[in-house]
Ligand binder design. Structure first.
Ligand code: AKB
Length: 312
């Protein structure tokens, strides 16, 4: 039997683009999109879609059986800023959805899982620059705690039950197709929309807040690459560090000013500043590069050009 994929969280920032990319790779009917709400027109019109609550094990199991799913990409999650407002809801969603797919794999109902982790697994005591794969990890946000715990469970299910689960620690992701929702790195998407609309942006992070970031095309490439790798190449079964860019709001504004010279930015840090301050500024992803050949392609200025051209 060939590969049949279920994307849980296909309406979100990553899920939307991942669905279209995988449909292109494997064929529209082989990639079942699902979410608690309807997805973009592109996703809804190009292949199967199911309304699905990631917290409902029985509902996921039914879809897995009906479509004979082999691989699940679990992209549903509550991100860092929203989870600080709703800590228990964030914890419940992020953990229950993960256990649902891990248990499906444990019971041999699916073969392979992709589950995204995040740079949020690191915390204020983690070395800030070139943060290593193995280092101090004391996350201070609910989202970070859920991702770090999730990583431990992924490794446990792999070691104990042989579950083929693969994960990467996404940095902030930037795309023009779908808006992010509820993250601390969302400013780096928002800024492009406001630059084109108003020529000014009020940033909720300070000018010098450097964070690891990545253009969505690179993130999708990394996601599909790790899933295509031979099992023996995946040496880390919690989650791989993954890096591309590191910049702060001031540097991003300068990149935008190359296209919109009268663009201005001001800084009004809010509660998200403390979250950003607890995360690394740059990431050492040499292990991902060595184990499964990860390589980013898009620079800051290239990303700005694509963002502005497409949002215009
Ligand atoms: C967030 O800001 O919460 C996410 C992330 C870094 O995982 N974009």
């Amino acid at each position: 039997m060939g590969k049949r994929i279920l994307i849980i969280g296909a309406s979100g920032q990553i899920g939307n683009e991942l669905t279209m990319y995988l449909r292109n790779m494997y064929g529209n009917q082989k990639v079942i999109a699902s979410d608690i709400r309807e997805a973009s027109d592109a996703v809804m019109e190009s292949g199967p879609f199911e309304i699905l609550d990631a917290m409902d094990y029985n509902a996921i199991e039914k879809i897995v059986t009906r479509y004979e799913i082999t691989d699940v990409y679990l992209m549903a999650a509550m991100l860092s800023a929203t989870a600080e407002k709703f800590p228990m809801k964030g914890w419940d969603l992020n953990m229950t959805s993960l256990f649902n797919v891990l248990n499906l794999a444990k019971e041999n109902k699916i073969k392979k899982i992709f589950w995204p982790s995040s740079i949020a697994v690191f915390g204020p005591t983690t070395p800030k620059t070139n943060t290593a794969q193995h280092t101090v990890m004391e996350p201070s946000t609910v989202y970070g705690i859920s991702k770090q715990t999730g990583e431990r469970w992924c490794e446990y299910y792999h070691n104990r039950y042989g579950v083929d689960v693969r994960s990467i620690r996404y940095p902030g992701l930037i795309s023009y197709k779908t808006l992010p929702g509820g993250g601390t790195t969302d400013y780096a998407v928002d800024i492009y929309h406001k630059a084109l609309k108003d020529k000014s942006y009020s940033c909720f992070l300070g000018a010098k807040t450097t964070l690891p970031m990545m253009f969505m095309d690179d993130a999708i490439r990394a996601t599909t690459k790790i899933m295509l790798a031979a099992p023996q190449e995946i040496k880390i079964r919690n989650a791989y560090n993954l890096a591309a860019l590191s910049f702060n709001p001031e540097e991003l504004a300068i990149s935008i000013q190359k296209h919109i010279p009268d663009f201005t930015i001001e800084y009004e840090p809010d509660f998200r500043q403390a979250i950003a301050d607890s995360w690394p500024a740059s990431i050492d992803d040499s292990q991902a590069r060595k184990d499964w050949g990860w390589k980013h392609e898009v620079s800051l200025d290239q990303m700005t050009e694509v963002m502005i051209d497409n949002l215009k």
